[in-house]
Design a protein. Sequence first.
Length: 260
Amino acid sequence: MRILEAFSHSPLLIVYICSGDPSPRATPDLVRRLARAGADIIELGLPHSDPIADGPTIQAAAQRAIAAGMNTDVYFDVASVAGDAVPLVFMGYYNMVYARGLDRFAKDCACSGISGMIVPDLPPEEAAPLKDACKRHGVDLIFLAAPNTPQARLKMISEETSGFLYLVARTGVTGARSDVLQDTRDLIARVPEGVPKAVGFGISTPEQAADVIRAGADAAIVGSACVDLIAKGEIERLERLVKDMKEAITRAKGKAPIVC
């Protein structure tokens, strides 16, 4: 399924997990369980030894995954057996993409069932070579914007992004928070019409997810809260959290929740 096709059924719940945590073998089953619980898109993080946008929870997950044998080759093997119930999106840093080769990386994404790429440390002004490679292989290249992004640049990023626009809920790194800031609501309102908007960084509860949907987002992204439950081995609680978040955002959009 293409990412834009998924957004035709918004609101969506996007779930981030670190591929390889707790092990490469466990990741495909986690993907399938999350999809059954209500995740509409799953971000598969490629762990990095020196992350710049990840908070302590995801940093720890990356270290566990690397210790368990995760690398770029294994990452694509894992994605290829995870299934196609929902779109998968790569999340990782540019040096890992560059080291493999831009065209090869985009092709590997397409061949392993990954529909999109999020590269937090690659600004759109420098992304033309990777964007060309993604276009050749039918992979969306998704850009990010933050509350302090000026309006003119926000317009440019909105025009350059493909699939959806990732709105960073707050400045700083990933990690669960207790509230949704007014700056986040203002950022959602500033995005030009016609661009699917997904809000992440700090969303950890059904109420927060519903809040960003009511503010006008098309999707809520949850990451650290899920990674924390995986670290604890509490997979049933993880599934419950995803189900509760999906029901909350569905109600927030004025639709009756789906009962499984």
